[in-house]
Design a protein around this ligand. Structure first.
Ligand code: ZN
Length: 255
């Protein structure tokens, strides 16, 4: 009887720390999106939510999605290491101010496609500096495109081949190229072999980065995010996972 009790106690002593480790989320993610925007962008958000939910279960972080942008406030943001914008940038001044403060204070951001859209600096100067560029033009209709990795040593592109075919997307061109903005590090770029890209609207030449980080912040902008095909590529899905894990873990700089 005594032996059984000891075994039981020992089992609890050894199991408890591991159980606690398994149950403690590595970080917490809050994704913002809107439903009254371009339907193709809502489609992306609708696909992104279960995609990241599944990733959260696999990689042990928490993931919530909301259309309530008032949750972008200082008190609520304390609970999250990473916020995502799936299909919209914020427009309300209070929400923008809370986001600026969160990012200036070391918060994490992953923004997709239209959520990085700004075409005049005067609309939101802080965001223009944060993005490091302004929207210039796009291809139409959405098309697959070959992307090339700029910095193979970067942890965000770990396991990603030097180039891959990304699923159909509406690709944005930016001016100036974010590559020319101090502090911006480009991670993936549209391969020039895609040109001319588009039928109604065509990208014909030039440097078109599609994923980059502003090294002054814990952020990644990814141009993917139009329509229902974005999550069709296992390679690109791995890239998204790398992005989330890199941004979510605040200690990533030490790795
Ligand atoms: Zn779009």
């Amino acid at each position: 009887m005594m032996r059984r009790t000891w075994s039981f106690l020992l089992a609890i002593l050894f199991a408890a720390p591991f159980a606690a480790l398994a149950q403690t989320p590595a970080f917490h993610v809050l994704a913002f999106y809107s439903t009254k925007v371009e339907p193709d962008h809502v489609d992306f958000a609708t696909g992104a939510i279960p995609f990241f939910q599944k990733m959260a279960e696999k990689d042990h972080f928490t993931f919530e999605a909301t259309t309530d942008w008032t949750r972008m406030n200082a008190e609520n943001l304390k609970k999250y290491e990473l916020v995502m914008f799936l299909d919209d940038p914020p427009s309300a001044p209070a929400v923008r101010a809370a986001f600026e403060k969160y990012m200036d204070g070391g918060g994490g951001w992953l923004g997709f496609h239209i959520s990085g859209y700004i075409d005049h600096r005067s609309e939101w100067p802080w965001f223009a500096d944060f993005m490091g560029t302004l929207f210039h033009s796009n291809n139409w209709p959405p098309l697959p495109a070959k992307l090339k990795v700029d910095d193979p040593a970067n942890p965000v592109v770990k396991g990603i081949p030097p180039s891959y075919m990304a699923p159909a997307n509406e690709w944005y061109m930016w001016l100036p190229s974010p590559r020319d903005t101090p502090g911006i590090k480009v991670l993936l770029t549209l391969d020039p072999s895609n040109y001319p890209l588009g039928f109604k609207d065509t990208l014909t030449h030039g440097d078109v980065p599609v994923v980059w980080t502003n090294t002054k912040y814990r952020m990644i902008y990814a141009n993917m995010g139009h329509g229902t095909k974005i999550f069709d590529s296992p390679v690109q899905n791995r890239l998204f996972e790398n992005m989330v894990l890199w941004l979510g873990r605040k200690d990533r700089a030490a790795k």
